[in-house]
Every structure is written in C-alpha cells, then in structure tokens.
Ligand binder design. Structure first.
Ligand SMILES: O=P(O)(O)OC[C@H]1O[C@@H](O)[C@H](O)[C@@H](O)[C@@H]1O
Length: 303
C-alpha cells in the first residue's frame, strides 16, 4: 500500500502528531475536532462543534505499538473476541493492534453522501491502510476511511482476503459516550433475537428495548439503525450500519470494569458499546482476494 499523502501534504486542519508517545492524526477544523491513532487506525475522539465528545476513551488507556487502546472505535478483525472456535488469540484479532499507514487526507468544503442523499459541509476524509501485518502469512489487507464533520462521522472498514479464502468476522467496536449508562434508552433492538455472551451464547428473545441494569454482552441479529437516547447529556446518537449482519451491545458494569487495568473503576457508567459487526454466525465468507466493506454513520440529534 503506497502512502499517497505525505504528512507535509495533509490538508489544512489535519496534522500528524506525537500523542502519548505514538503517532496520531489530529483534526482541528471549524466543524469539529478528532484524533485517529495510527496504531489500530483507532479514532479516540470526535467532538463536533458545540458538542461533547461523542466517543468515550479511557483516561487510563495504554498507547503503545501492539497494545489495544481502551475506548474510541477499535477496528476489530479478522476475528471477533476469541473467534468462532472460541480459542483464537489475540482477542478481537490483530487489526486493532497493528500500526496502519496514512494513505490520504482530503478536505471537503461541501460534499454529497451517496447513501443518505444529503449534502454535508466542511469535512475531512482520512484513509489508512494495512498491508504486511497478517501473521498467518496469507496476506489479508485492510483499509479504513473516516469522513469527519460537524453533523456526521462515517467509518468504513474494508478487509480483503489474501491468497486463501477467509471466514471474516469484523466490527466497529464503538464506545459511545453517555451521561449515565443506566439512564440510557435504545431504539432499534426491540423484539429481536440475540446471542447472550454472558450465558454461553444462549439464543435469547429481546422483550421490548434493552436497558442496562447489569453487565450486558449481546450479539443482536440486527443490521438496521440503532439510536441511543441519552437523557443526561440531552442528546441522541444514531448509528446507521451498512454491510453488517449483527449489532453487539456491550457494557461491563462494575464487575467487569474491576478486572480491567485500563479503565477507572467507575468509568463503566460513561459509555455503551454499540458495535456494527459481521460476527458469530453472521460472519462473511470471502474468496481469495475478495473484499468486505463494513460501514457505520454516527449522527447526533438533540430534541
Ligand atoms: O477487552 P476487549 O478485548 O477490548 O473486549 C471487550 C468486550 O468487547 C465486546 O465486543 C465483546 O462482546 C465482549 O465479550 C468483550 O469483553
């Protein structure tokens, strides 16, 4: 993968900086600010103008090549969690710990969204690529694109099989920032089916919309928009997926957070993960050289 934009040629308002001792792209344009670390092509902040950060990143996150950053949008693949066999390591695959390279950065002063048929103003598009990192040697590659503005964040994750076929699991493991997860309400998951990862992936029927009143780790058979209603921050976050088959809902609650060194004890209240995914029995079969694109668009709305 060739680097087509040198750091010196990045558009105005985008710079490559050293953050926490690792390289990161810092976006600072009138519409928003954002940070994307090259390790994991990992977005750790998106602050639309006049808003609080839309993603939550742990103040205790570890930033180092080969480490997974806690929070933001980890890019998961080519397997999810311990993989479909339940034994694959590292957890959630190697996309999130590999160092990606900058492919391009562009500034759009007004552009049309082919999916949503709307025109956005003032955005940057940043593309990162990953080649030569596949430890299996089959040559799996990946590309990630972030389109970032005031009214939207779009994330595209493309994974391309190498010389062998691939049973792909991938996810945008997004930590959405909320005022108090126990007060959060959802639209879009009601009356669907899910696998409950806290009960050996037991198939379960969702009754009404879920609430977070204990640890939650569920793989929903949902590939349509999910809205997170946050009465504390008085905003809704709408997650619109494309190319997915599943939506994962995760919060570790206090019990799970107590086992995580990279998260303060009480921080579980401040986020909920709504993950656009192809995983578990919703994986995607790719022929050698074939690509799958997973996308999500994040938008804020205020009542
Ligand atoms: O601690 P990690 O590897 O980032 O994973 C966090 C969680 O990620 C979620 O996506 C999984 O469904 C959970 O099972 C897992 O605990």
């Amino acid at each position: 993968m060739s680097t087509t934009t040198r750091p010196d040629d990045l558009p105005q308002g985008v710079s490559l900086e050293d953050l926490h001792g690792t390289p990161a792209l810092v976006v600072d344009i009138p519409a928003c600010s954002a940070v994307i670390h090259l390790d994991g092509a990992h977005l750790t902040s998106w602050v639309p103008e006049g808003e609080d950060d839309v993603v939550w990143t742990s103040p205790d996150a570890v930033y180092a090549e080969g480490e997974a950053i806690r929070g933001g949008i980890p890019l998961i693949g080519p397997w999810f969690g311990p993989g479909r066999d339940g034994r694959t390591s590292p957890a959630h695959g190697w996309l999130r710990t590999a160092r990606w390279e900058l492919v391009s950065g562009e500034h759009f002063h007004g552009w049309a969204d082919e999916d949503a048929d709307v025109v956005h103003s003032d955005s940057v598009a940043i593309t990162l690529g990953l080649e030569g990192a596949d430890p299996s040697g089959s040559g799996i590659t990946a590309q990630a694109q972030f389109v970032i503005g005031a009214d939207h964040l779009q994330v595209h994750l493309e994974v391309t099989a190498g010389s062998e076929g691939l049973e792909l699991e991938s996810a945008l493991h997004t930590y959405l920032s909320v005022g108090d997860v126990t007060a959060t309400r959802f639209t879009g998951l009601a009356d669907s089916r899910y696998l409950d990862n806290l009960r050996d992936l037991a198939p379960t029927e969702q009754q009404g919309e879920p609430v977070i009143d204990g640890p939650v780790d569920r793989v929903y058979e949902v590939a349509s928009p999910v809205t997170v209603h946050d009465p504390v921050l008085e905003r809704d976050i709408v997650v619109t997926p494309h190319g997915s088959s599943r939506t994962v809902l995760w919060n570790p609650w206090s019990d799970g957070a107590a086992h995580m060194d990279d998260m303060p004890l009480d921080a579980w209240r401040q986020f909920v993960c709504v993950e656009t995914a192809v995983n578990k029995d919703g994986f995607v079969s790719l022929a050698p050289g074939e690509t799958h694109c997973l996308k999500a668009r994040y938008e804020i709305s205020r009542a």
